[in-house]
Write a protein that binds this ligand. Structure first.
Ligand SMILES: Cc1cc2nc3c(=O)[nH]c(=O)nc-3n(C[C@H](O)[C@H](O)[C@H](O)COP(=O)(O)OP(=O)(O)OC[C@H]3O[C@@H](n4cnc5c(N)ncnc54)[C@H](O)[C@@H]3O)c2cc1C
Ligand code: SF4
Length: 508
């Protein structure tokens, strides 16, 4: 008897576990654009279009490889609206009694499949370099789960960027050579862009019709939507941008949205690229003398280290992770995250490019929008839902640890040893935003003082009992304590005024 092979929108690889297990001679692949998945948060239109277009092309590829594929478009009148509903419908049509599925990357969907009244075999998703068991073995018994140590084990285990038993270049980490301030000029014109073909155009029309009011610009749409294009995008990055990736990894520029970033996370997360091939492409560039070790090591660390590590944390911590709120922050997400006007140039630019591209790079996410939400005391669950909605690469397994853990410290310090907060000085050092801002980054109080400067101390003062004994923060508290009392109360009052005005809907 045939079985149904479920392929989800972020499982678009021929070697995904369920397809490896299936048999084209007797099994039927089920793929479906369902409303439940398209609406559980109000996804950016570009994100929905990317996933649907890539799914349609992948279905064609599977058909060409000999599979029978039952594909349901979002506007198909028969569409049951949920993954389980679609499986039930196709089980009835085909007489299949069993489903083979690859474990989804979100607890919500894992639960839905577990409760689906069909026999569902959930296979572990082995497209990652560390299995659940491997990560747990590393994590077991450790007091602190610091990424750096996990990363070194992964380097040894995979042999990536190794010379025998030693790290290539003699060191595990070249970060002290990275993180330079923004360059005056960027020597690449960004990621490879693809003109929409007929499949993509049809999806764009569908998304425009079905999701007219979701936050975000649908067109122009230029993402890769199949494996060959994603490979070309990777090769373009390696040739054009990788050599300077390390140097400017943390920089931000008012007039450049991508700098030397790869813009491949959406392809990796959907299955169009595999993590090992991406790391190998970078390593090959170093061995060929095309890219320096600081760039290549920094880049490989993001994928072999951070990406695998956050996934390990997500599955280890369990479904309640996204509800955590260790700092008890409870402000509603300010309207400026949805494009309401703001005079803060750095925030306005990050949100504007998020709206246009469904993309922002790491430092914009961490040190601008994430930093501001944390300083302003926003409810981390609202912050989490925003990130999950607005970025084309956002799936809960990778988004939630980055937001709840790394950015908002809402997990109480599992991922970060101290909160990622900074005053305006950091943004000023790493970007040119402040030059064009209505606020003054050098002003600490008074008219026109940078809000990050005020909120930074407000945050530290609010959470003093939790953080003052953290050795990495003691010096900061000493600086605060050395300020005279009048100055401290002025800072706190002006910060509170700012928050009150923001809550009242004023443009801040
Ligand atoms: C608050 C916040 C939310 C984030 N949400 C997501 C998300 O939803 N999905 C997502 O894929 N990444 C997320 N990240 C991580 C990172 O910002 C993006 O992976 C990166 O910006 C993608 O752009 P890029 O491909 O140009 O990356 P590059 O800067 O060129 O890095 C190369 C690759 O490394 C990987 N990578 C880098 N940093 C991380 C990280 N911290 N965690 C996991 N992978 C990483 C990505 O696959 C990325 O493509 C988030 C980071 C923060 C601080
Ligand atoms: S002055 Fe402050 S608000 Fe303005 S761009 Fe600089 S850091 Fe951002």
């Amino acid at each position: 008897m045939s079985r149904l092979i479920l392929v989800l929108g972020d499982q678009l690889s021929e070697n995904v576990a369920a397809l490896k297990e299936g048999d084209p001679a007797r099994d039927v692949v089920v793929m479906a654009e369902v409303r439940d998945e398209a609406t559980y948060v109000r996804h950016h239109p570009k994100k929905i279009a990317f996933v649907f277009a890539a799914m349609r092309k992948f279905a064609d590829r599977l058909r060409a490889a000999g599979w029978e594929v039952r594909y349901t478009a979002l506007d198909d009148p028969e569409n049951a609206g949920s993954i389980c509903g679609e499986l039930l419908r196709h089980a009835e049509e085909t007489g299949a009694a069993e489903v083979v599925a690859t474990e989804p990357g979100e607890w919500r969907l894992i639960e839905a499949l577990r409760h689906c009244p069909l026999k569902v075999h959930l296979l572990e998703d082995d497209r990652f370099l560390a299995s659940h068991a491997r990560f747990d073995r590393w994590a077991e018994g450790r007091r602190a789960l610091r990424m750096e140590y996990f990363y070194r084990e992964m380097r040894r285990e995979t042999g990536l960027l190794m010379e025998g038993r030693d790290p290539a270049g003699g060191k595990w980490n070249f970060d002290h050579e990275n993180r330079k301030p923004a360059p005056e000029e960027v020597t690449t014109d960004g990621p490879l862009r693809f003109a929409p073909d007929a499949t993509v155009e049809a999806v764009l029309d569908l998304v425009a019709r079905e999701f007219p009011s979701n936050f975000g610009q649908l067109r122009p749409f230029w993402f890769a939507t199949d494996r060959d294009q994603a490979r070309a995008a990777l090769e373009h990055f390696v040739a054009e941008a990788l050599p300077r990736f390390g140097d400017y990894q943390d920089a931000m520029l008012d007039g450049d949205r991508f700098l030397y970033h790869a813009v491949i996370s959406l392809y990796l997360n959907a299955g169009l690229l595999a993590p090992r091939e991406v790391c190998e492409a970078a390593e090959d560039a170093w061995r060929a003398g095309h890219a320096p070790i600081n760039a290549v090591e920094g880049f490989i660390r993001q994928i072999l280290g951070w990406r695998e590590y956050v996934r390990g944390i997500y599955f280890r911590e369990g479904p309640d992770y996204v509800q955590r709120n260790a700092l008890g922050q409870d402000r509603d997400l300010p309207a400026l995250y949805w494009g309401a006007e703001t005079r803060m140039r750095c925030v306005a630019k990050a949100v504007e490019q998020t709206r246009d591209e469904a993309y922002a790079h790491h430092i914009q996410r961490l040190m601008v929008t994430g930093n501001f939400a944390l300083l302003a005391g926003v409810d981390p669950h609202e912050v989490h839902e925003w990130y999950l909605a607005v970025y084309a690469d956002a799936y809960e397994w990778v988004e939630a640890p980055n937001v709840i853990g790394m950015s908002q410290f809402a997990d109480g310090g599992i991922i970060a040893s101290k909160p990622y907060v900074s005053s305006g000085a950091y943004i000023s050092r790493m970007s040119d935003h402040c030059r064009a801002c209505a606020y003054s980054v050098t002003k600490k109080t008074g008219n026109g003082a940078c809000p990050f400067n005020l909120l930074y101390w407000h945050f530290l003062d609010r959470h003093r009992p939790r953080f003052e004994r953290n050795p990495r923060m003691a010096q900061t508290y000493r600086t605060w304590d050395r300020m005279d009392e009048d100055r401290r109360s002025t800072v706190l009052k002006e910060a509170q005024d700012f928050l009150d005005r923001m809550d009242a809907g004023e443009t801040v």
